[in-house]
Ligand binder design. Structure first.
Ligand code: B1M
Length: 217
């Protein structure tokens, strides 16, 4: 199936939506694990797209069609990454911060969290700080998850933490941050409770944060 994974990677790079969907389905039917399809097909392809964008070989339209192809493939993986028949272990309010329209990674985090039994309240993209706080209150979330893909928007993450503090919610709500430019060092600097480099580690970190709320000392 290595050749099919390679073709899927190329379908993402070339923004071939229908082909990406068909190849993903073929891999699923052949029993290839969703994690392998994600890592070696979809994310591998999107990494090349990112490199080409950076080098000036690709422009926004090419990146958009690649993103659309990736979303089509993710729709097929979604049922395999999520389970709906279990009681939620906790609630996560998740979104991409103000000014930022990137949502592929955030959607992946949402799917993996749902798959691990969390209820996810997905606020979408370009979410202002107040909206995170209101949603956390309304849904009694234990965790607020912030995603940012731009160095210019990750700077909005501290606004959310500040607003939670102002509302007296900081002790009852844990904050996890992530996205390509975000690091553990940044998370520490802004006073976030957790950082995860990818969607699978985000699940582990959210479970850890949930446990820390249950036994704060
Ligand atoms: Co944009 N873009 N983009 N883009 N884009 C990047 C991020 C960039 C690195 C490309 C580059 O130059 N190499 C660059 C940012 C540079 C920087 O700030 N340092 C960039 C730029 C500059 C821009 C624009 C400014 C371009 C322009 O208009 N001139 C513009 C900004 C628009 C805006 O947001 N206001 C823009 C626009 C776009 C598109 C709309 C065309 C499209 C987004 C489509 C969409 O998301 N619906 C797009 C895309 C697709 C990319 C790249 C190519 C791919 C991003 C992606 O989806 N990766 C990206 C280059 C790259 O990252 N290689 C790039 C795949 C995804 C699975 O990974 O999102 O990192 P990622 O998510 C991972 C982890 O980061 C982590 O888990 C995920 C899964 O493992 N994670 C979390 C993410 N969120 C998390 C939250 C967590 C925990 C983990 O806890 C809550």
């Amino acid at each position: 199936m290595d050749d099919v994974l390679q073709s899927l990677k190329e379908a993402i790079i070339n923004g071939k939506r229908q082909e990406a969907g068909e190849l993903t389905q073929k891999l699923v039917d052949a029993g290839v694990s969703p994690k392998r399809i994600l890592d070696e097909g979809l994310i591998a392809g999107m990494t090349v797209v990112g490199e080409r964008f950076k080098n000036g070989e690709y422009f926004v339209p090419e990146v958009l069609v690649a993103a659309r192809a990736m979303k089509t493939a993710l729709q097929i993986l979604r049922p395999l990454l999520t389970q709906t028949d279990i009681q939620p272990i906790g609630t996560v309010v998740l979104g991409t911060v103000r000014g930022d329209l990137h949502d592929i990674g955030k959607n992946l985090v949402a799917m993996m969290l749902e798959g691990a039994g969390f209820r996810v309240v997905d606020l979408g993209v370009d979410v202002p700080a107040e909206k995170f706080v209101e949603a956390a209150k309304e849904h009694r979330a234990q965790i607020v998850g912030l995603s940012a893909l731009l160095t210019t928007t990750m700077t909005h993450m501290p606004e959310v933490i500040k607003k939670l503090e102002e509302e007296g919610m900081r002790r009852s709500v844990r904050v996890i941050v992530g996205g390509a430019p975000v690091t553990q060092e940044w998370a520490d600097r802004i006073g976030a409770d957790g950082y995860a480099p990818d969607a699978a580690s985000a699940v582990d970190k959210c479970k850890e944060l949930l446990a820390s709320l249950a036994s704060p000392n």
